[in-house]
Design a protein around this ligand. Sequence first.
Ligand code: NAG
Ligand code: NAG
Ligand code: NAG
Ligand code: NAG
Ligand code: NAG
Ligand code: NAG
Ligand code: NAG
Ligand code: NAG
Ligand code: NAG
Ligand code: NAG
Ligand code: NAG
Ligand code: NAG
Length: 504
Amino acid sequence: MHQFLKFIIVTIISSLLFTLITTEEIFPSNQPTENERKSLDSPSVENPTENSTVASLANATENKLCLSAYPEECPLIEKNNTCQCAKHKTIPAFWVCCNITDMSLVSSCNIQSNSSIHIINATLNKLNISNSLFQMLNSISITDGNVKSIVGSMSLFAYLKCLNVSNNNITEIHDKETAFAKLQKFQYIDLSHNNLSLIPKLRAENNALMDIRNNLVLLCSPLMNIIGTIKLIEPNNTFCMYNQSYYWFNASSPIRISDLERTAELKKECPKNCTCSPDSMNFDKSILVLFAKVDCSGLNLTELPPVLPKNTQTLNISFNSITALGDYFHTEPSYSKIIRLIANDNQISSIYELEGTDFLRDCQKLDMRNNALQKIPEYILTNTLDNNPNGREFKFGGNQLECDCDSAKVFKLWLLARKRHIPDYENILCLDSKRIIDLQEKNLCQSPHDWTDYIYYVIAAEVLLLMSLIMKVSYDYWVFKTSGYLPWPANKMPKLPCDWLCES
Ligand SMILES: *[C@@H]1O[C@H](CO)[C@@H](O)[C@H](O)[C@H]1NC(C)=O
Ligand SMILES: *[C@@H]1O[C@H](CO)[C@@H](O)[C@H](O)[C@H]1NC(C)=O
Ligand SMILES: *[C@@H]1O[C@H](CO)[C@@H](O)[C@H](O)[C@H]1NC(C)=O
Ligand SMILES: *[C@@H]1O[C@H](CO)[C@@H](O)[C@H](O)[C@H]1NC(C)=O
Ligand SMILES: *[C@@H]1O[C@H](CO)[C@@H](O)[C@H](O)[C@H]1NC(C)=O
Ligand SMILES: *[C@@H]1O[C@H](CO)[C@@H](O)[C@H](O)[C@H]1NC(C)=O
Ligand SMILES: *[C@@H]1O[C@H](CO)[C@@H](O)[C@H](O)[C@H]1NC(C)=O
Ligand SMILES: *[C@@H]1O[C@H](CO)[C@@H](O)[C@H](O)[C@H]1NC(C)=O
Ligand SMILES: *[C@@H]1O[C@H](CO)[C@@H](O)[C@H](O)[C@H]1NC(C)=O
Ligand SMILES: *[C@@H]1O[C@H](CO)[C@@H](O)[C@H](O)[C@H]1NC(C)=O
Ligand SMILES: *[C@@H]1O[C@H](CO)[C@@H](O)[C@H](O)[C@H]1NC(C)=O
Ligand SMILES: *[C@@H]1O[C@H](CO)[C@@H](O)[C@H](O)[C@H]1NC(C)=O
């Protein structure tokens, strides 16, 4: 009896095992093993604590450098007098003039060198600062009037320390490159409450302070280039305007200068030999955030820069000798905000590294033209392209892929279905320079028959075999029960250790 049971068990187990092995071979679990999606916690946008030296300089406004008089202190001078200015009652070497309509009413006065002057309510189309009088004064205030523009330039030999042209409706400083650039002793210029769109250049060595508050049409973009080099009064309280000809501001509201100053940080964080510039400025929650564009093209790089400026949105690494993307997109926080990667003309062999990254989720542009990609794993791109496809663009032209039946059967169709987002889909090639879109399924998929083609016959045969086994076993059991002798294979089997167990 025990011999017989053993035989049955051995037969059934071996039969089941065989079936399992064969079915596993034709239906391998071939779903792409998705890398564990590393959830890159987006780094908390650090709110750079306003720690600009400029803030402490606000103090300097307290030490009024330009001498000022109150309108009540205006001297009463007969209209037929050619000099409309008078010395201040208490402050020495300080002249005050009011309601001036022509500069000759000032130059005709006998004003000595190293004096100061305040002209209240001047009405002038042009204020010519080349005027020889201005070259010998220490401080000039021409405020609360109506001056349309400033022309000319101050001389190299001028003593001027402070100029206040606040509240005049000035729309232009004509020679803004040279007007004040030569002044050696210059410390302060108040251009507030005017209509300037561009600010004048100052001599860098002086570290002069500039007040440009309340110029409502001040343009941000020209300021970007000089923002690190000028010292402004209250950058918190100074705003510039979005200029439509500069595409990189999406915000339409006035921009705080203190936020613009962050662009200066870009230069410090920029990878060696790369160029970093502002890409766009946008509100992230209520904080204005500057997004950066990093251009490292054509530098003979062999790998990606290890660290980028924070909030890098566009990375250009084209025309280098990079062979792999590495795992920066998974591990380096400064890579997590990238939405445009321009990596054409390298030797990159795979984009599997991008699977599961924030970049691939939010990607707007991926340019991988003319690389050494062997495969384009469409399954890692599908989600990105199919969820909210607007404005996304992938380029893979000029790569020579390893083509197989799958390329013709699956990839080609995938490509054609998404050609709107893969504009160069026609230039994606196989190793033999054949275009993917020309692949014919019937040419590529006639693989030579192997035994798996007959697997269904094998399985049927196995089932038959199993059934006949069961029948034979049942028959043998019946024979054993009725006549008492063991069937052929069972009585030939060697003794196994378990036999004694069974016997007892
Ligand atoms: C700015 O911050 C740095 C470190 O964060 C500090 O060493 C420096 O003293 C600060 N400067 C000012 C003016 O607060
Ligand atoms: C402001 O000026 C006063 C006096 O001129 C000086 O004592 C103080 O330290 C200054 N404050 C700052 C923040 O520079
Ligand atoms: C410049 O003139 C304006 C208007 O009179 C005045 O409010 C301001 O304090 C002056 N600025 C300086 C630095 O003296
Ligand atoms: C200016 O006008 C006043 C009267 O309005 C007169 O007394 C004075 O002589 C005039 N001065 C000159 C220089 O003409
Ligand atoms: C300037 O003009 C205003 C308004 O016309 C007048 O009230 C003021 O007295 C004038 N000041 C001088 C010094 O002429
Ligand atoms: C400023 O001067 C002009 C011309 O002299 C005058 O008409 C105007 O009333 C003056 N304004 C003030 C506020 O003094
Ligand atoms: C004016 O002051 C400067 C120094 O600030 C000096 O070199 C110059 O001689 C002075 N001019 C006059 C006329 O006093
Ligand atoms: C300004 O004044 C200087 C000399 O006083 C003169 O040479 C120049 O032509 C003037 N400029 C304008 C634009 O009037
Ligand atoms: C500035 O110009 C505007 C119009 O261009 C005018 O309404 C305003 O009175 C001017 N301001 C001064 C101080 O002259
Ligand atoms: C500038 O703004 C920052 C935060 O935006 C604030 O902490 C700081 O006190 C402000 N400084 C001035 C002078 O308003
Ligand atoms: C930057 O460029 C210089 C000159 O082209 C080169 O010597 C240097 O190695 C480069 N640095 C990096 C980090 O590529
Ligand atoms: C890159 O390498 C090539 C050859 O090695 C050289 O000719 C070229 O000047 C290099 N370019 C830069 C930017 O270093």
